[in-house]
Design a protein around this ligand. Structure first.
Ligand code: UDP
Length: 238
């Protein structure tokens, strides 16, 4: 299959999206730019784009194999991947297994505290509002998602959490929490997993040392950025 980039449709903080000659396919291109705190902190992590592209595709292929529908079609270079054209639902879906980050802060729970059960939350994707926490009722009231789509998103997200928790544990990594995004397939209307799953969007701690092996190293100035991203990819490819 030869699919080539045509006009750029969108540039986000970490990726660009291009049209192709096929209206049902886009190409996503991963950048090395790193941002945090709603874009307030900016930086660059060498070859992050290569790591995130490769890691996302390995994981999406695994999820497809386990029956989770995704936008993944084919990786065409170290930073570029052909995906199904989708319309992203304006909700970030976060699932947590262990307290960390904003959850720890909001509820006064020490980071690293295991949660009694995996917990799901949504943020409203709206940069100018700083992606606020939103509940099911609000999302439905604002018609950001339908009831049926919401039910599908919840079921798929819990399934992904189960698959990924086991996958990462096998690589010596604890899956603390992660963020995913869904889209509706422009051709079929089906709700499918889109965006990425990478150290930018997951919290991953070494099982033995609890060392943070994710974007918190950038957010919190912990150093060893390039090295950590490469190490995570290395473990996943092992
Ligand atoms: N996350 C993300 N993008 C965002 C916000 C959060 O990928 O815009 C991920 C983050 O990496 C973590 C999880 O979602 O794995 C939960 O993040 P949290 O709400 O604790 O926010 P943070 O501490 O990053 O502000």
């Amino acid at each position: 299959m030869t699919v080539e980039k045509r006009e750029q449709l969108y540039e986000g903080k970490a990726k660009k999206v291009y049209a192709t000659d096929d209206p049902d396919l886009y190409i996503v291109s991963y950048k090395d730019d790193a941002t945090a705190f709603n874009g307030e902190k900016k930086g660059r992590i060498a070859d992050k784009g290569v790591v995130n592209n490769t890691m996302t595709n390995i994981i999406f292929a695994l999820l497809e194999k386990k029956g989770v529908p995704t936008h993944f079609v084919e990786q065409i270079s170290d930073r570029d991947t052909v995906v199904k054209a989708v319309t992203i639902l304006p909700l970030e879906v976060i699932i947590r297994n262990v307290a960390a980050g904003s959850f720890s802060k909001r509820y006064g729970v020490e980071e690293g505290t295991a949660l009694a059960r995996p917990t799901l939350e949504f943020s409203y994707k709206k940069d100018e509002l700083g992606d606020p926490l939103i509940n099911d009722d609000h999302a439905l009231a604002l018609a950001l998602i339908t009831e049926e789509q919401l039910a599908t998103v919840k079921i798929i997200t819990h399934k992904i959490n189960g698959i990924l928790t086991e996958f990462f544990l096998d690589k010596g990594l604890k899956l603390i929490d992660f963020k995913i995004e869904f889209g509706t397939d422009n051709r079929t209307g089906e709700v499918i997993l889109a965006d990425e799953i990478s150290p930018d969007t997951c919290r991953l701690w070494d099982v033995d040392t609890n060392e943070k092996m994710d974007k918190d190293r950038f957010r919190r100035d912990l150093g060893k950025l390039e090295e950590t991203y490469q190490a995570v990819l290395g473990r996943i490819q092992a």
